[in-house]
Each structure stands twice: as structure tokens, then as C-alpha cells.
Design a binder for this molecule. Structure first.
Ligand code: PHE
Length: 342
């Protein structure tokens, strides 16, 4: 009997109560009429009469310990959950700072470009970044062994003999094909988006960048229309006194083709580090849509003609915001991005 009392005494003293459920279990175990303490009181009648006073004393102490512990723990738990405690706010603490998002410099430039072309009547078309080889190359009149298809430039996803491979598009020109297969002329679209090239990564080039493609197909579209469109765009984008230079070039999907430079808008054409002292900055590639490309899309080159252009977006963003490393555009570092929040 004495042993049982001592064991229970110890159990009560070390019993852990951390929540109201545990408190209730404690009460049911020790304090109710059928609990362990009451059970020991019942056993008093079987004890030797000479020992009863001692057991009575010990049991009363045990009961008191349990009751006191119950009351104390109950108070503690009530204090913790009291609404006053919960709602207490420390008004002296500094407030939490808001972190409003900001438009990415590339999106700002892209936004300006889109707005200029939309005002000229171009609508926006998009296509997938994971593209078929046939749309990225074949239908754009790339010969089967053209070097641009090389593994060094293209990220191939699947590559099997005799299959239309999947790749990450290397330019936005496949969107031209998608639009021409779906729509009949007149077509006047711009296609903004990400493109991928397997290039050595440096401050000047990255494996992902943004292009904005343009396509205009109708009857009697001429190179003069292309020049006027690019000129109007460049004046709005880079300033009204900008000058253009068309240099003959080659793209499999345009003929004739040209690359276009604008007078360096950092030095005004005088020559600086950015334009490598030439006074000119290359902004885009363009040309008249090749008859083969029109034919591939079931558009009769005798009836329709058109022009296309493709420009890089990231470089304009770098120059406009004086950012000297293209990698900063893709790293999503908030310390860099939050500088563009106005
Ligand atoms: N797709 C070409 C490139 O990525 C650019 C271009 C587009 C050239 C349309 C001519 C016409 O370099």
C-alpha cells in the first residue's frame, strides 16, 4: 500500500500537462470518484488498523498534491489562451515593409515595342518555345545541312533519324509559319517571345533571350513598305533624329535580306565604347519573305508578297538601363529588380 502511494505521488509530480486534453486526462486519472487516488482510499479498509492513520495521512497528501497541480496547470493554460493575451499588439514595433513587384526591364522594353507596332495595326501572335524542327528550320527554307541546325547552336530535345525532332526554338520565326498555316493574307502580326541558343555564356550572350518577330503579308507589299515600317518604329523607339542603315545580309527565309543598324543612341553616332566607336548599333534582321516559305504555307507567291523582321529585345534593355551584364536579366535577383519599381 505504502509503495503504491509513493509510486502514484511520483507519477503525479512528474506528469506533463501541456494542453487542455492532457489536463482532462490528468483529472480523469487521478481526481474523479473512480480515479486512482479514490481507489487507494477504498483499499484503506483492508489495511491493518494500526497503519491506517499513516496511510490516511499519506493519501491526503497525495490528493492535495494532485488537486494543487490540477489547479495550477489549469490556471497556466487559461492564461495562455486568454483573448487579452492573444490580441496584445506591441505598437512600438516597426511596421512591416511592403515589397511591391516591379516590371522587369525586358518586359518594359517589350511593352514599348508592342505598343508601337500595335498602333501600326499589327496584332500579337504567340507560339510554343518547344518547337518542331520542321517549323524552326525546314519550312523556313533552311537546307537540310544548314549550319544553324548544328548541335552547337540548337538545344535538341529529341533527335531520331527520319523524325520531326523537338527542340527549343532558336528564333521566333517559326511563329510566322504557324500564323501563315492558320490565316489567310492579309496578315500583320508581331510575335514576341523567348528563344534559346546553345552558346557560351558570358556578359554579352546568354542561352536564353527575347526576340520580337514581325510579319506582314498582303498583295503588293514591297521592300519600301519594310523600310518605312522599320523607320517609323525606330524613330518612336530610339528618338526622332535616329538614322538607319540597311546592310545586305542573308537569311534562308527572306530574299533579299538585310540587317539594320541605328545610330548609336548613347553617343548620337559620334562613337563610344558601346558601339565600338562605329557610331552604329545593330537592331534587327529583316527581308522579303522567301517565295519558298510562302509556298510551304500554301500562299501563292505570285499573288502575295510580304516582309518579315526579327529583333533582339534584351540588348535594347541593357543599353537603355545601362546594365553591363546580360546574365543579370535572367537571375531574378531582387536587389537588381527592385531598382525598376518606379
Ligand atoms: N530569325 C532571324 C534571327 O533570329 C531574324 C529574322 C527574322 C531575319 C525575320 C529576317 C526575317 O536571326
Amino acid at each position: 500500500m505504502k509503495n503504491s502511494i509513493e509510486t502514484l505521488q511520483q507519477e503525479i509530480e512528474t506528469y506533463v500537462i501541456e494542453n487542455t486534453d492532457q489536463l482532462e486526462t490528468f483529472r480523469l486519472r487521478f481526481l474523479v470518484r473512480k480515479g486512482s487516488i479514490a481507489g487507494l482510499f477504498d483499499r484503506m479498509k483492508d489495511a491493518d488498523p494500526s497503519e491506517r492513520p499513516l496511510y490516511g495521512q499519506l493519501l491526503n497528501r497525495l490528493k492535495k498534491t494532485a488537486e494543487q497541480k490540477y489547479d495550477a496547470e489549469k490556471k497556466k493554460l487559461e492564461a495562455l489562451s486568454s483573448p487579452q493575451k492573444k490580441k496584445r499588439i506591441d505598437l512600438t514595433l516597426p511596421g512591416r515593409k511592403d515589397h511591391p513587384g516591379s516590371e522587369h526591364p525586358v518586359q518594359k522594353v517589350l511593352g514599348d515595342m508592342k505598343q508601337i507596332f500595335r498602333a501600326m495595326g499589327f496584332s500579337i501572335a504567340t507560339g510554343p518555345e518547344l518547337e518542331h524542327d520542321s517549323y524552326n528550320f525546314d519550312m523556313l527554307n533552311f537546307p537540310a545541312n544548314h549550319p544553324a541546325r548544328d548541335m552547337q547552336d540548337t538545344f535538341f530535345i529529341t533527335r531520331e533519324e527520319g523524325q520531326d525532332d523537338l527542340l527549343l526554338r532558336t528564333h521566333t520565326s517559326p511563329v510566322q509559319i504557324r500564323v501563315m498555316l492558320e490565316e489567310k493574307p492579309p496578315i500583320r502580326v508581331i510575335c514576341p517571345g523567348k528563344v534559346y541558343r546553345n552558346e557560351a555564356i558570358s556578359a554579352r550572350s546568354y542561352c536564353v533571350f527575347h526576340q520580337l518577330e514581325g510579319l506582314y503579308i498582303d498583295k503588293h507589299v514591297s521592300f519600301a513598305d519594310l523600310k518605312a515600317t522599320i523607320y517609323s518604329f525606330a524613330k518612336q523607339m530610339f528618338g526622332s533624329d535616329v538614322q538607319l542603315r540597311f546592310r545586305p545580309s542573308f537569311f534562308p527565309f527572306t530574299e533579299p535580306s538585310a540587317e539594320v543598324d541605328v545610330t548609336c543612341y548613347l553617343c548620337g553616332g559620334k562613337g563610344c565604347k558601346v558601339c565600338k566607336h562605329s557610331g552604329w548599333l545593330e537592331i534587327l534582321g529583316c527581308g522579303m519573305v522567301h517565295p519558298n516559305v510562302l509556298r510551304n504555307c500554301s500562299i501563292d507567291p505570285e499573288e502575295f508578297s510580304g516582309f518579315a523582321f526579327g529583333m533582339g529585345v534584351d540588348r535594347t534593355a541593357l543599353l537603355r538601363y545601362k546594365i553591363d551584364d546580360i546574365r543579370l536579366l535572367f537571375e531574378n535577383d531582387v536587389r537588381m529588380l527592385e531598382q525598376f519599381s518606379q
